[in-house]
Design a binder for this molecule. Sequence first.
Ligand code: FPP
Length: 259
Amino acid sequence: MSKPIIASSTLIIPETHIIPTHVAIIMDGNGRWASQRFLPRVAGHTKGLEVVKKMVEESARLGIKYLTLFAFSSENWRRPKEEVNFLMSLFLKALEKEVVKLHSNNIKLKLIGDISAFTAEIQEKISKAELLTVNNTGLVLTIAANYGGRWDILNAIRNFLQNNPSVDPNQIDESSLTPYFSMSFAPEPDLFIRTGGEQRVSNFLLWQLAYTEMYFTEKFWPDFGVESFNDSLKWYRQRERRFGQTSHQLVEKTEINHA
Ligand code: FPP
């Protein structure tokens, strides 16, 4: 196993910082944004892509290390065929057009999800983009495409068992599975943002969100911008991240650290 083992928030209390290390976003509300303007739903996705670019820039500027975006869920195939096709072509165009820019900004691109369902052309572009940016040391931009949290957990169990066929079930613990998750290269998200007014996780990073701070905003994704992002970061800074401890213990720890 060459993958690094990332500490699990339920096993070890992670270090936290004023600026979150990892931000994960569900970019919801593109369709409603467009409908409100009597535009086709897909116009909302085009506008949404513009916001993605701004968020990537701002995250890199702020020194956020990991930005993970839910672009297409395993359930999004249920949408009208024309919308799915549009999203695929938008994705392909973005891969073609933006990757060089990402690379010149030292950004590493990663894709998580079952990409075997995409066309050969998209799969090839994804591999090339990941390869081009593999040694970059700046922001790690992860796009979740045909991703589902349950798929990820099942996949991790399958891969673990394939590598450990004669394992005693009693010996399996969280750290046995951690290296097999598709986000094993990153710490768990510190901040989760969902735009568009819904307050649910929608099968996003189910395992990894165990102790993530959850920020929900009514704003539709195309209306989300640097200012809204800063509002969410301000909210995050005011959270007391206890990871199961009491407030009193946290105060004591801070005092010890400052002694
Ligand atoms: C959810 O809004 C959004 C999506 C399913 C697609 C997100 C895609 C983008 C932001 C553009 C492409 C991004 C990349 C990274 C290439 P919705 O359609 O569910 O909105 P609704 O809830 O108002 O219908």
